[in-house]
Design a protein around this ligand. Structure first.
Ligand code: TYD
Length: 218
């Protein structure tokens, strides 16, 4: 499904990221969307952050293990960005170049919300590191599954070092995502995670179909 963008003469796929606090249900929704689009005949690359390539998955193990409680915040931000750089150059960019639909669980805005805002490193520096790490690649659409921090943490499984942070940290993450979405309404689709899984999946699919149609892919 090649599309042309910005006058470039190369195929360019569609990049969809799912964002939200812990326990928002991103993985389930990303899987459902991937299944729908695969059934419709598209090449879909379903991936996640931190991770997505062997080296980035190795970084994931380091940055998420509760064994390194108190990991230096700058090291934490750089590890997420390092994993992302590898992920973009080895998996995401090549997939987009061949015209695939990339569906990613978390991306740069997670670093801005968690490290930039909740960890207090600052939005500007975290944005700058990540623009350098990714060559400025941003999603065509970011789906924010909006859930209050306490509700999300109750639903979260598979504990990691970030989930062990206090509720105030997670409340800051949720608020940061809301502000990022409000500042970029063209790139964001905000959906309340309190709705049923099917209702959420329907809204996401309809929106992505609209995006594909606008790109003359459907
Ligand atoms: P994961 O188990 O994938 O959590 P979830 O299912 O909630 O997505 O763990 C990812 C954790 O890493 C999550 O707590 C958010 C955090 N994170 C950051 O702090 N910065 C980042 O840039 C990314 C990608 C994730």
């Amino acid at each position: 499904m090649p599309t042309k963008q910005q006058g470039a003469d190369v195929p360019r796929g569609v990049f969809v990221a799912f964002e939200g606090g812990d326990g928002a249900g991103k993985s389930t929704q990303a899987n459902t969307l991937a299944d729908e689009l695969t059934s419709a005949g598209f090449e879909v690359v379903r991936t996640r952050e931190p991770g997505g390539t062997p080296a980035a998955e190795a970084i994931r193990a380091v940055v998420l293990t509760p064994d390194y409680a108190g990991l230096d915040p700058r090291a934490e931000a750089l590890l997420f960005a390092a994993a992302r750089s590898e992920h973009v150059s080895r998996l995401i960019a090549p997939a987009l170049a061949r015209g695939a639909i990339v569906i990613c669980d978390r991306y740069v805005d997670s670093s801005i919300a968690y490290q930039g805002v909740a960890r207090g490193l600052g939005v500007d520096v975290v944005t700058e590191i990540n623009m350098w790490a990714t060559g400025g690649l941003l999603p065509d659409l970011t789906v924010l599954l909006d859930v209050d921090a306490n509700a999300g943490l109750e639903r979260a499984t598979d504990p990691n070092r970030l989930e062990d942070e206090p509720e105030s940290f997670h409340a800051a993450v949720v608020e940061a995502f809301r502000q990022l979405a409000a500042a970029q309404p063209d790139r964001y689709l905000v959906i309340s995670a309190a709705q049923s899984r099917t209702a959420i999946a329907d809204v996401v699919l309809e929106h992505v179909r609209g995006l594909l149609a606008a790109r003359s892919v459907l």
